[in-house]
Design a protein around this ligand. Structure first.
Ligand code: NAP
Length: 286
């Protein structure tokens, strides 16, 4: 077989990763643009990660999305240039690409989240409350601080994590007001413009709603990064209170489109990727 006819391989690296919707979205885009490539799921155990990363070229892998729990471990594997060093500080690389023999790191969650959010609300001068301080929250807080939000109050069940995010933002934006709070009440959600859920709470239908009804009001915009289920208990409650809401499906689509462009240097086919995602989501709900 001549080398040109061997498909380039892309995929999502995580553990667990088998429920990812990304293969449907990327493979539909490869087919539509007649790109000789395929997108796979690489569910790799922590003890096998080093072996996997050193075998990428053998598998003809040219790019990966990186998800839980590898967003930090992947940092040591990458080559850093001046432009991308801030990503090392945010510890939020979700896309890697092989460029001229070098593995480079990118974050497409940051612009993906912002594009989706801005279709609903401009974060400039807004007061924000964030639930959760993991990998996604790091990207979200950076995106908000960098686009002129007024202030961020952040809560995580592990206080050290929210403090770490606050420290990271203070290092990057010394004048920005970010407060790591001790409990959900201290988020003062009633006084905020925007509430963001960046915890996994809501993924399971047995999960509680972290927010009490009295904390919400109709002037709030509530964004839940979760997209499956389409409407978490938090979003349902917010809607009931008259607040505007969004789930994270738009973010998933836009981050995927941006990763696709990094890998292929071609504009991602939005309509095809959106439809593929919706179809795959429907399958999960059946
Ligand atoms: P993660 O790194 O595990 O972070 C989640 C954080 O929330 C952890 O620090 C976790 O603490 C904390 N947490 C868990 N339960 C909590 C509670 N009851 N109250 C406060 N904090 C709590 O996960 P992630 O990668 O940031 O992802 C977070 C969510 O965003 C997931 O649902 C993921 O599917 C979603 N996401 C969506 C997109 C999209 O494109 N729409 C992209 C990325 C992520 P512990 O570690 O102590 O449990």
């Amino acid at each position: 077989m001549d080398k040109k006819s061997i498909p380039k391989v892309y995929g999502v690296l995580g553990y667990p990763a088998k429920h990812s919707l990304s293969p449907a979205m990327h493979n539909a885009a490869f087919r539509a643009l007649k790109i000789n490539a395929e997108y796979k799921i690489f569910e790799v155990k922590p003890e096998d990660l080093d072996y996997f990363l050193h075998a990428l070229s053998k598998e003809n892998i040219h790019g990966l999305n990186v998800t839980i729990p590898y967003k930090e471990r992947i940092l040591n594997f990458l080559d850093w240039d001046k432009e991308s060093l801030y990503l090392k500080q945010i510890k939020a690389v979700n896309t890697i690409a092989l460029e001229h023999g070098i593995w480079k790191g990118f974050n497409t969650d940051i612009p993906g989240f912002l594009k989706d959010l801005k279709e609903n609300i401009d974060p400039a001068h807004k007061s924000v409350a964030i639930l959760g301080a993991g990998g996604a929250a790091r990207a979200v807080t950076y995106a908000l601080a960098n686009s002129g939000a007024e202030e961020i109050f952040i809560y995580d069940i592990e206080k050290a994590k929210s403090q770490d995010v606050a420290k990271m933002i203070k290092n990057l934006f010394p004048n920005f007001n970010i407060v790591a709070v001790e409990n959900i009440e201290q988020l003062n959600i009633q006084e905020k413009n925007l509430l963001i859920n960046a915890t996994p709470v809501g993924l399971k239908n047995t999960d509680p709603c972290l927010i009490k009804e009295g904390m919400l009001n109709k002037d709030l915009f509530v964004y839940d990064l979760i997209y499956n289920p389409k409407e978490t208990k938090l979003l349902a409650l917010a809607k009931e209170k008259g607040a505007r809401i969004s789930n994270g499906l738009g973010m998933l689509l836009y981050q995927g489109m941006l990763s696709f462009k990094i890998w292929t240097k071609k504009d991602a086919p939005e309509k095809i990727m959106r439809e593929a995602l919706k179809k795959e989501l429907e399958k999960c709900q059946n």
